[in-house]
Design a protein around this ligand. Structure first.
Ligand code: ZN
Length: 366
């Protein structure tokens, strides 16, 4: 920029040249300042859906967390990552002005429908209007066999994501009206990247300044938890992780692997169950399902040990304001934000607790 100054700029006989150069210098300095301001980045974490489990309540969307990293001037838009895709995710993305065609990658914590059933909708839309690409990365655990005899298969889920369209004849009809669409349907737009979850974190996705790592955690076979690191902040998405010991006696209901992944992280997003649903509280809620979730109190204790700044509760069992969790009553009546926050504080957490409602978001740096 200094090169714009004339070599002999001190020549007093040419004041107009001086003026012109000074204006140019001021102008360029201004442009540089604007340029560096717009290059300031941010990390935005938005809960696209907070419904816990298969029940439906009050129009809440199914589990999902959108993580965006990009320029502040562009509302952190740039790299768009989605962690789990419960029902209604497409509608939520439309409220956030994130078209299906803009997602860079989708990460699945596990293959329960309340975390995955929105993906066929997202991919059908993408296939409809964005068949020319690019593909979206689908990052998930490789096939994992259960001792009970079934296998959880993300690849199988992805391969068959458009099968209902195929077998209804709609795929053929849509291709007939627009042969530029990919012949295999929505599945053709998924770039499946599987990994083998282990109790050590591994990098599973990377682009520019954004790195995503994963760790294996217990819930159902193939369950994984993720961490996103960027220069502006970090977030862990625990999913439905629970302790390796499926029932008491144990130190905690939370996952030791998620705790390891969360060390010094800015934000932990985690599914939770309120202690009021416990077997000693007369809800009728099945104890094994209670025990495989992380309680709000134990998450508070874990967030404190991990030195996290914010604990964002999602997948709330029971939902805020619900008198029932599916067919099971909520002992003592519907829960409030305060009831969840108090449960977290009971665990000793002194940071910020954000009790999830759909579209709640946190932007870093604060
Ligand atoms: Zn689940």
């Amino acid at each position: 920029m200094l090169n714009v100054l004339p070599r002999n700029s001190s020549d007093p006989a040419k004041p107009s040249v001086w003026c012109a150069c000074l204006s140019l210098l001021i102008g360029l300095t201004f442009l540089t300042a604007v340029g560096s301001a717009s290059a300031e980045n941010c990390l935005k974490i938005t809960l696209t859906g907070t419904q816990g489990g298969p029940p439906i309540f009050n129009g809440q969307a199914g589990s999902g967390t959108l993580v965006q990293y990009g320029e502040k001037a562009n509302n952190c838009s740039g790299t768009e990552l989605l962690f789990d895709v419960g029902r209604g995710t497409n509608q939520q993305l439309s409220k956030l002005r994130v078209p299906a065609g803009k997602l860079n990658a989708v990460f699945l914590t596990h293959l329960h429908s309340d975390h995955t059933e929105g993906l066929s909708d997202v991919m059908q839309l993408r296939w409809h209007f964005n068949s020319t690409g690019p593909k979206v990365d689908l990052v998930c655990a490789g096939d994992t066999a259960s001792p009970a005899g079934h296998t959880m298969s993300c690849q199988g889920f992805a391969t068959h994501i458009g099968d209902a369209l195929k077998f209804s004849g709609e795929l053929g009809q849509r291709l007939a009206e627009n042969p530029k669409r990919l012949p295999g349907g929505p599945a053709d737009l998924l770039n499946v990247q599987t990994f083998k979850p282990s109790s050590d974190a591994q990098t599973v996705w990377q682009s520019g300044d954004v790195t995503v790592s994963a760790i294996g955690s217990r819930h159902v076979p193939g369950h994984a938890s993720y961490r996103v690191d960027t220069p502006e902040g970090s977030v862990v998405i625990g999913g439905d992780a629970g302790n390796d010991k499926p029932a008491p006696p144990r130190d905690s209901s939370t996952s030791a692997q998620v705790e390891k992944l969360s060390k010094d992280v800015d934000v932990i997003v985690h599914s939770t169950i309120h202690p009021v649903m416990g077997p000693d509280m007369d809800s009728g809620f099945p104890p094994p399902i209670y025990f495989r979730q992380s309680t709000a109190t134990d998450l508070g204790a874990m967030a404190k040990r991990a030195n996290a700044k914010v604990l964002m509760l999602t997948h709330l069992i029971p939902p805020l304001g619900a008198k029932m969790q599916g067919p099971y009553k909520v002992p003592g009546g519907a829960l409030t934000v305060e009831a969840y926050t108090e449960a977290v504080i009971d665990g000793g957490f002194e940071g910020e607790t954000a009790v999830g409602v759909d579209l709640l978001s946190i932007t870093l740096p604060k």
